[in-house]
Design a protein around this ligand. Sequence first.
Ligand code: ATP
Length: 352
Amino acid sequence: MISLHGLTKVFPGGVHALDDIRLTIADGEFFALLGPSGCGKTTLLRTIAGLETPTAGRVHIDDADVTTLPPGQRDLAMVFQDYAIFPHMDVTANIAYPLRIRKVPRRERAAKAADVAARLSLTELLRRRPAELSGGQQQRVALARAIACHPTAFLFDEPLSNLDARLRLEARTFLKRLQRELAVTTVFVTHDQAEALALADRIAVMSAGRMIQIGTPADIFHRPATTFVAAFIGSTPMNLLPARHTPTALHVAGATLPLPPPLAALDTPGDLTYGVRPEYMDLSATERPDAFPGTISVMENLGTHTLVTLETPRALIQLVVPEGDEPPLGTPAWAVPRRALLYHGDTLLTTL
Ligand code: ATP
């Protein structure tokens, strides 16, 4: 279990990389830190590892306060984006390296390296050097080296980002299965929302050194707590449309929608934003009052689906339709929302 108590990191020059982070990661949990570049993910991981000293706050591993403990005494294994495997050592020596540092006898080291290599399908490659391996194989060697130490936790900093798209998907599935098998607490940094959704038990979405939302992938996807999270999550971005309400209805982009159950925030001033994912709308060829009226202006092929852009007088609305159901370009159409979210200012009010 890793718990962070009010972690703050201010770099010289005044950059607040971490701002009062409070979080407990459970034993065996796969936890993703997700956010745009510069939001503090790597700094947080390095602070857990002991490679950065926090300006304020404490890091606990299980029941011990490790805030002042050097990295080597924290029993954590870190895998970086660039793998950092030794070019002059073969695969066996690379995997066994942490065991050599711990003065494990040679015979035991070789047996352990062979065992871990077998788990990661590296047996055929044990005598090769990194230059003779593909990117995916090098990445597996880095993972094998991390596993060989039997750490309390894995800390991964974008470990898949150097792989091409197909290999990355394979490595993702592999990593998920491995983590399930080993049940080792894992903290995984990524800026790729699909990766975080696919891998994690829980995700923390970060922005400017703060945790904006912590939740399961389903929570984060279906109930994004702020418009920032709503815009960040989803392979096609959520439509965020200005909304206005009367005592009886909600008016959004030419549609008149039923007003949600009484909400106190609706009586206080503040802009409303209506969020709807492209996947949660249907297209109608006939007019209806509860739909967004517009003209089909762009179509993008997504393979099994098509991303359709509907040009309305006030906004561009994107929705996904199954391949073959696309209306002709330039024709009028109505987008009917099935599932949506209502924000007051920046904050989620309710799901609709
Ligand atoms: P990326 O996805 O681009 O790696 P990140 O979310 O991991 O970004 P960090 O690397 O943690 O972000 O950086 C957070 C902030 O702290 C950034 O504004 C960065 O410029 C700043 N920063 C990081 N390391 C240092 C340092 N050693 N000295 C000064 N500022 C730093």
